[in-house]
Design a binder for this molecule. Structure first.
Ligand SMILES: *Cc1c(COP(=O)(O)O)cnc(C)c1O
Length: 369
């Protein structure tokens, strides 16, 4: 759906054919379409954030810490705890969601093309276009899983300035092993590029984080977010882990005081509650396995997922048709624009039951008609 633009508006011609990003935000009984964590902050965390924000409010006449040192230190400690690494704030950059991180990467390191292996996170190509960087859709296996040998061939042929991988990948859910990421990093290094590893769903995966490769691969940037496993999407906090010179480059393209004092302090408090917040991960992973088993029992096919969502196929109607039929029954899932596939975010037990119940109803109705 392309928008019509009036003649008097001097819109950049390369933007005129784009559509704004966005999953439909429509009322539903179960919102299972944007890979959020279904569990809200505990009453204790709500109180702790409210108290902290009340305190910060007394200084809102002043600009926030431009360099967000306290938050970046907390994030470094969190990553070190997960990956047994030893980063300090000099290896971390934080912004309003990892989407702003992605934008800053494009702003700082363009001057060549960018390659990603699609289907993957749709904001990588969209931000590439908005920042006037030529984007190339790389190939994956026919079953949509990642193919390391094919990826290395494409990197060597195209020689992109920026190579993006997402692991676990959105929307397919498959994860890339640390050994394969290292092989890709070597190929990217040999052509003088940067490898960007989007780990938005890393906490749900058993694989080692690519942050463990940064010491020996300074051209590797790892993107993380508090929006998914960390259950903090509404606060908008994303970050990257990289060589300190990458962080220095981020300070050239960030807007001054880009991260509000409210956001910074709320995120520091949430990181103090990390044990409690990440406790939901085990529940979501076991719910994911339960949903996958049920989908298989309905005769549907899934791609093995290491994330908090599942891409499924094999239903006897088009993806937009099933998407609408589910919404008519109150369940909002995601049509990611892949013919024959739909993506469902794992919710709480009640939401997953509702999803499975309504899906089975529709499957029975269509097989009878
Ligand atoms: C959800 C998602 C993000 C965006 O997260 P924010 O931090 O909320 O901007 C980034 N990358 C991938 C692959 C995602 O699925």
């Amino acid at each position: 759906m392309t928008m019509q633009w009036p003649d008097w508006l001097p819109l950049r011609t390369d933007l005129a054919s784009l559509s704004p990003y966005g999953a439909p935000q429509v009322p539903s009984q179960a919102a299972m379409n944007t890979n959020e964590n279904p569990f809200p902050p505990s009453p204790q965390l709500q109180v702790a954030i409210a108290e902290k924000l009340a305190q910060v409010s007394s200084t809102l006449n002043r600009y926030p810490d431009r360099d967000a040192i306290a938050l970046r230190t907390s994030l470094a400690n969190f990553i070190n705890e997960l990956s047994k690494s030893s980063f300090d704030h000099g290896s971390i950059w934080a912004a309003n969601g990892s989407n702003e991180i992605i934008q800053s990467i494009f702003l700082a390191f363009s001057g060549g093309s960018a390659l990603g292996f699609t289907p993957s996170y749709s904001m990588h190509p969209l931000i590439s276009k908005v920042t006037s960087v030529q984007w190339v859709d790389g190939a994956r296996n026919r079953d949509l899983t990642f193919n390391i040998d094919l990826a290395i061939v494409q990197v060597k042929e195209l020689k992109p300035r920026l190579t993006f991988i997402t692991t676990p990948n959105n929307p397919t859910g498959d994860a890339i092993s640390i050994a394969d990421i290292e092989r890709l990093a070597m190929a990217v290094s040999s052509i003088g590029g940067l490898l960007i590893v989007d780990e938005a769903y890393a906490e749900f995966s058993q694989e080692l984080s690519a942050v463990t490769l940064i010491d020996s691969n300074p051209h590797l940037i790892v993107i993380r977010t508090m929006s998914k496993a960390f259950a903090f999407a509404g606060a908008r906090v994303g970050y990257l882990v990289a060589h300190p010179r990458v962080i220095d480059a981020m300070t050239l393209v960030r807007l001054p005081y880009h991260l509000s004092a409210l956001t910074q302090s709320a995120a520091v408090v949430a990181l103090e509650f990390r044990k409690e917040l990440l406790a939901t991960v085990a529940t979501l992973v076991s719910e994911r396995e339960r949903v996958v088993t049920a989908l298989h029992s309905f005769g549907l096919h899934t791609i093995p997922s290491s994330a908090n969502f599942v891409l499924f196929s094999g239903f006897g109607q088009s993806a937009p048709q099933l998407w609408q039929a589910m919404l008519d029954k109150g369940i909002l899932i995601r049509d990611v624009g892949l013919s024959g596939y739909l993506r469902v975010t794992i919710g709480n037990v009640a939401e997953n039951n509702l999803f499975l119940e309504k899906l089975q109803e529709i499957q029975n109705e269509t097989s009878q008609s």
